[in-house]
Design a protein around this ligand. Structure first.
Ligand code: GLN
Length: 427
């Protein structure tokens, strides 16, 4: 069978191809020369499957899409407190190149605007690194996200540096507030090289999938940054990634995202997929016009909005019934699916309602595929309390989802099959 997903991507690309509005970035002369007709889209799943259509292997510079990844590296290298002391996490509601610093401290509002990203660049690696060593850490880190060694486009870099008046102004402001502690010109040079890394839509989709996959590159298997860093990065992408269009994006697309002025756009949907699009013509926010249309379609067609309400927790209770009769009767609570707080609360409620005369209860987890930490603690407490009430409790847990519920008095028996539970109890 032929997969319908690439066909879907081709169809969606055809739908936006006629849109020729916007223009490639003009303030970096080399970018203005890009072929504006290029168009591509890629999905990368968290288990490493890649689907693409259009210009998915055309190289372009990463630009601001580097920002969430360098933020991740800085958090991993310096820790949350050190980074937060220098760069905030508040949406600025302003353009990417605005000179917006917190009044008083001079701290950039967030790491997605240039002021925050220039500062973040200076926080990568240990404080002792020189600028070349720091750049190598950036290139190696972003390459690990992509799963291949990335190169710098020297002509785009030179072109941007020759016109970097605004970023230099920002960096000097940051230096005057001691947010930057190094030479501002050197930091801007490093940041500009970071922005000039060449990527393809395929690379970007994998980089986004690494964010969606708790920091593990789904193809190489490498844990690029610790899992704790990812939640911070995705939150900042969701609130600040689209600059002064963040609210429109959050409501209409609802995927943590980041755009770049070379025409790339990424979205990372936690636990599901990384998405990347490429099309060089930009809207006034500096975001790809067709990229925005593509993401609007993807989100609507596939229900990808992160605020989409998940299936009701009610679905966790597969059934609640009695097996056997008389002294042999067992009350069986069969659970299914993935359990988090709300699902575990449903189980608590069923357990509370069990008649006190019922002496044997089984919690059947055979059809459960995941139990998060809070759900696990709640289920163990259910088991403990049912046993404390004087019942025999069977935990049917063939894949050891729950861990050891041992209450020390032999009232809880873990089995891999309900039939074993009933046999084990026969006199
Ligand atoms: N290198 C660009 C700049 O600093 C990146 C901007 C962007 O992609 N939004 O101006």
């Amino acid at each position: 069978m032929r997969s319908p997903i690439p066909d879907y991507l081709i169809e969606v690309l055809e739908g936006v191809a006629s849109n020729r509005s916007g223009a490639p970035a003009g303030y970096i002369p080399e970018l203005a020369a890009a072929d504006p007709e290029q168009l591509g889209a890629v999905f990368a799943t968290v288990d490493g499957e890649i689907y693409g259509a259009g210009d998915i292997d055309a190289e372009f510079t990463i630009q601001s899409i580097s920002k969430p990844f360098t933020y991740a590296l800085a958090l991993a290298d310096r820790g949350f407190d050190a980074v937060l002391a220098k760069v905030g996490v508040e949406p600025s509601g302003e353009a990417f190149n605005e000179i917006s610093l917190e009044s008083g401290s001079g701290r950039p509002l967030n790491p997605m605007i240039n002021a925050g990203a220039i500062t973040t660049h200076s926080l990568i690696g240990s404080a002792e690194l020189d600028s070349a060593e720091r750049l190598e850490r950036v290139v190696a880190g972003l390459s690990a996200f992509a799963g291949r060694r990335l190169a710098i486009d020297e002509s785009v870099c030179t072109s941007e540096l020759e016109n970097a008046y605004r970023n230099l102004a920002i960096a000097h402001m940051l230096r005057s507030h001691d947010i930057l502690t190094e030479d501002p010109t050197t930091v801007v040079a490093g940041y500009t090289r970071q922005c000039s890394l060449l990527v393809t839509a395929r690379d970007l989709a994998l980089m986004a999938a690494t964010l969606a996959n708790r920091g593990v590159n789904p193809v190489s298997g490498e844990q690029v940054v610790p899992e704790s860093v990812i939640r911070q990065v995705l939150s900042v992408m969701a609130t600040c990634g689209m600059y002064d269009a963040a609210g429109d994006w959050a409501t209409q697309v609802g995927i943590p995202a980041k755009s770049g002025v070379a025409g790339g756009l990424i979205g990372a949907l936690p636990g599901q997929i990384g998405i990347a699009t490429f099309s060089p013509r930009l809207d006034p926010h500096g975001t790809s016009v067709r990229g925005v249309s593509l993401f609007e379609r993807f989100s609507a067609d596939m229900g990808l909005h992160v605020m989409e309400v998940p299936a009701a927790a009610r679905a966790v209770m597969r059934s609640n019934h009695v097996v056997g009769t008389g002294a042999d009767a067992v009350r069986v609570l069969r659970l299914q699916g993935g359990l988090r707080f709300a699902g575990a609360e449903r189980v608590v409620r069923e357990a509370v309602d069990i008649e006190s005369a019922e002496a044997r209860v089984a919690l059947d987890l055979t059809m459960v595929y995941s139990v998060d930490d809070v759900a696990r603690r709640m289920l163990l407490e259910v088991v403990r309390r049912l046993a404390l009430d004087g019942r025999s409790v069977y935990v049917v847990d063939p894949e050891s989802m729950l861990g050891d519920p041992d209450t020390g008095d032999g009232r809880v028996i873990v089995v891999s099959d309900l039939a074993d539970a009933r046999a084990a109890d026969q006199p």
